[in-house]
Design a protein around this ligand. Structure first.
Ligand SMILES: *Cc1c(COP(=O)(O)O)cnc(C)c1O
Length: 378
């Protein structure tokens, strides 16, 4: 999956009989060339409270904070297309993680605009019940002073280890905790990664979904479009239909990010959009809760609404689903048609030198880099 230049570097290191350490350092050199932190994650999204930078938190969009609990930074399995690959390659400076919930809770108490906390990783569902409970406790305790109304868990557990909720020792503890959370009026959502309908076919996954649903858990589904894996409209239509039949809610279709093995998995944006469009046409409205194709880039989540035409000239029609400035959201904007473009930075505005949000985005990045890093959207 390496591009030829990187492959040659590694090939040379291996054939020169280098020692383990030098091979590792060649691997790390290559890793650093693979854009380990796309979308300005390390520079612009790190919040602060009482002078502490919270490296295990990302606060990019007003309502939602991403939380990387330090105990949730491994996975059930490692996907070759994972955009969070730096979490797993043993270069600590590249890793986001946070140990303590105390600072997290302080941050959330001070930021009442945050309604959603998204536990992510790695995979938070790698945690045992006892560890996981410690992270959840503040939100169900009677002294909870945060404004958290939704707890989301980004996970591939249903596809990779549905036994977590069936036969694992602490399966029932988890299900009971989920009941307790949801009976407090908190929305508990599994942001469940399924990249192929096959992952929805086992008896185990069906049973696990049923058990979660009976504990009040909402299951929303998402995946990137991946060459060699799910790059056909029929696959997506079947996957959404199967998800809805199992009472899961299709949520996002993503564009493979500009990191890691992107050259191996990415498709041109036009092709991705065609897969979305054709699949969307094949299913009924209940499956069309899905939004996409969506690029998570530095200014926000950009949706490819499609290819339009003005005066015989093809153009991309885009919009923000999420923006660093909420005011950018849901305003259509345009980019020159380019059949080879695979990511936002390949796109050029049509009617002006810059996209409408660019100047303001620059100001936001400057502010985030130079001073506290605390997001202020006032
Ligand atoms: C996608 C995303 C979210 C959640 O956005 P929703 O549209 O509410 O699902 C939050 N933070 C970051 C950094 C994201 O990429």
């Amino acid at each position: 999956m390496l591009i030829p230049a990187h492959y040659e570097l590694m090939e040379r290191a291996l054939s020169n009989d280098k020692d383990r350490e030098s091979i590792k350092s060649v691997a790390n050199e290559i890793r650093l060339l693979l854009n380990p932190h796309p979308a300005g994650q390390q520079e612009y999204n790190v919040p602060e409270i009482e002078g502490h930078r919270l490296h295990g938190l990302q606060h990019k969009y007003r309502e939602t904070v991403l939380f990387f609990p330090s105990s949730g930074q491994t996975c059930h399995s490692y996907c070759t297309f994972c955009f969070r690959w730096p979490q797993f390659v043993g270069i600590d400076e590249l890793k986001f993680a946070m140990n303590e919930t105390e600072l997290l809770v302080k941050y959330l108490e001070a930021h009442q605009e945050v309604t959603d906390i998204l536990f992510t990783g790695g995979d938070p569902m790698i945690m045992s019940y006892r560890v996981f409970y410690k992270y959840i406790e503040p939100f169900i305790s009677d002294n909870n002073k945060t404004n958290i109304q939704t707890i989301r868990i980004g996970t591939k557990v249903l596809a990779y280890w549905p036994y977590k909720f069936l036969t694992d020792e602490d399966a029932n503890d988890f299900l009971n905790l989920f009941k307790e959370i949801t009976s407090k009026g908190i929305n508990l959502a599994f942001m469940s990664h399924f990249s192929h309908p096959k992952e929805l076919e086992t008896a185990a996954v069906k049973m696990a979904i049923m058990k979660l649903r009976s504990s009040g858990v909402q299951i929303r589904t998402q995946s990137p479009v991946l060459k060699h894996i799910n790059d056909k409209a029929e696959i997506w239509a079947e996957m959404w239909r199967k998800q809805v039949n199992l009472n899961c809610i299709p949520y996002y279709m993503f564009v493979e990010r500009d990191t890691g093995a992107q050259p191996y998995f990415a498709l041109p944006l036009v092709e991705t959009w065609n897969i979305f469009r054709k699949a969307y046409q094949m299913v009924s409205g209940v499956c069309r809760t899905v939004r996409g194709p969506s690029m998570s880039c530095t200014p926000g989540k950009v949706q490819i609404l499609g290819v339009g035409k003005i005066d015989q000239q093809k153009i991309f029609v885009l919009r923000f689903i999420q923006g660093r400035n909420p005011d950018w959201v849901a305003k259509p904007f345009f980019a020159c048609y380019d059949e080879n473009a695979i990511w936002m930075n390949d796109l050029k505005p049509v009617f002006s030198k810059k996209f409408f949000f660019e100047d303001e985005a620059e100001l936001i990045y400057e502010e985030k880099c130079t001073d506290s890093g605390i997001h202020s959207f006032e």
